[in-house]
Design a protein around this ligand. Structure first.
Ligand SMILES: Cc1ncc(COP(=O)(O)O)c(C=O)c1O
Length: 381
């Protein structure tokens, strides 16, 4: 059985979520748009799910729209800001997820917006003074900054960024894909225009997510077709996914305090063990500062096995993600590590944690790493 330290990529589904979804698949197959009883009961389940999600996020049900996941929600926030809100300038950072960066780059390439990249501090945080300068220079912009960086774990202060956006009359899209269900988010207290979420990051099903659209802004349909999602996104709803996502969020929020304590301790233990057993180990981003307890990006000392480290971990039964700062040749590398100036000779491995992980798994991973990184004895002739 492998050790799964890749929970920022995706998480295992919670058994209760599987149960709710499979019960529904067996018993409730109606089309939610049908007016007969079979359709109405599924429609009711979707609207109950919307109420649950809204309550847990501190907003109204009318502000939640279900999507196919985080990528679609990011696309919708950015593209609709340009099409419907008259946004001509987008301020973002070089370490956003590609769902955000590639969308803005495409719009910029088409000449629809100007893209402005905010400076980063050496440990990968947003330079708030530079953000304020960009806001001053570009009125009525859209700011798109992620809550927690999926590669580094660095967190922004959403409240602080939201206040700054309000001061300069800017829209604020926060990609919260890595934090919904893991960090407290109370939309009733934040100046945010949009947030994006994907259920598979919080023990829910894949291919479903949501966008929050603050009721103060009005946008037109994103996908034209039927009148689903109050006319905003045509197409028969992913009813099972939506109901499973609401259940997953309910469980994640109920367990948040407990999981936070467990994983904060686990991440600290991982850092301590790495420092104790791997001389010269470093961390990318602000691992021991303002960072999500779910993500740890480790920068290993240069080693002859280099990029093979991740492969060797896989062979040893440890699932993690990697990346390097390379930006040339066949190895495209990580745009995030490149942007923070990480040393491309140091292999980087992202370990990301879920509530099921244990210290015993950390011990196994450390042992495996020590073995892999041990200098090989020179053959004596
Ligand atoms: C920060 C961030 N944004 C967006 C996404 C895309 O989400 P989805 O897989 O639900 O489309 C991810 C997934 O890796 C992510 O980590």
């Amino acid at each position: 059985m492998s050790i799964y330290f890749d929970n920022a990529a995706t998480t295992p589904m919670h058994p209760e979520v599987v149960k709710v979804m499979s019960d529904m698949m067996l018993n409730n197959f109606g089309n939610p748009s049908s007016t007969h009883a079979a359709g109405r009961e599924v429609k009711t389940m979707i609207e109950d799910a919307r109420r649950t999600v809204a309550k847990l996020m501190g907003c109204t049900p009318g502000e939640i729209f279900f999507t196919s996941g985080g990528t679609e929600a990011d696309n919708m926030a950015i593209r609709k800001s340009v099409e419907d809100l008259g946004v001509k300038h987008i301020i973002t950072s070089p370490i956003e997820h590609h769902a955000v960066l590639h969308t803005i780059e495409e719009l910029a390439h088409q000449g629809k917006v100007a893209m402005h990249l905010v400076k980063l501090t050496p440990n990968g945080h947003i330079d708030m003074a530079d953000l304020e300068r960009l806001l001053q220079e570009n009125p009525s912009a859209l700011v798109s900054l992620m809550h927690s960086n999926n590669e580094l774990g660095n967190l922004i202060d959403i409240a602080e960024v939201g206040e700054l956006c309000k001061k300069y009359n800017a829209y604020f899209h926060c990609d919260t894909v890595q934090t919904v269900g893991h960090q407290p988010i109370d939309l009733s207290k934040l100046n945010v225009t949009f947030i994006a979420a994907g259920a598979h990051k919080f023990n829910g099903p894949k291919g479903v997510g949501f966008i929050y659209i603050n009721s103060a802004v009005k946008i037109h349909p994103y996908i034209t077709g039927g009148a689903q999602e109050r006319n905003m996104r045509g197409g028969t709803e992913n009813a099972y996914g939506i109901v499973g996502m609401a259940k997953a969020l309910e469980i994640a929020v109920a367990n948040m305090e407990h999981d936070k304590a467990h994983l904060t301790d686990l991440k600290k233990y991982f850092i301590e063990q790495l420092k104790a057993h791997i001389p010269g180990v470093q961390f990318n981003g602000d691992a021991e500062g303002r960072s999500a307890y779910t993500v740890l990006n480790v920068s290993f000392p240069p080693t002859p096995i280099g990029e093979m480290l991740l492969f060797k971990l896989d062979i040893a039964g440890i699932c993690a993600s990697g990346g390097s700062a390379c930006s040339s040749g066949s190895n495209i590398g990580s745009h995030v590590l490149h942007a923070i100036g990480a040393d491309k000779n140091r292999p980087a491995v992202r370990f990301s944690f879920g509530h099921q992980n244990t210290k015993a798994e950390v011990d196994t991973a450390i042992q495996a790493l020590v073995e892999m990184l041990k200098p090989k004895e020179q053959a004596v002739n």
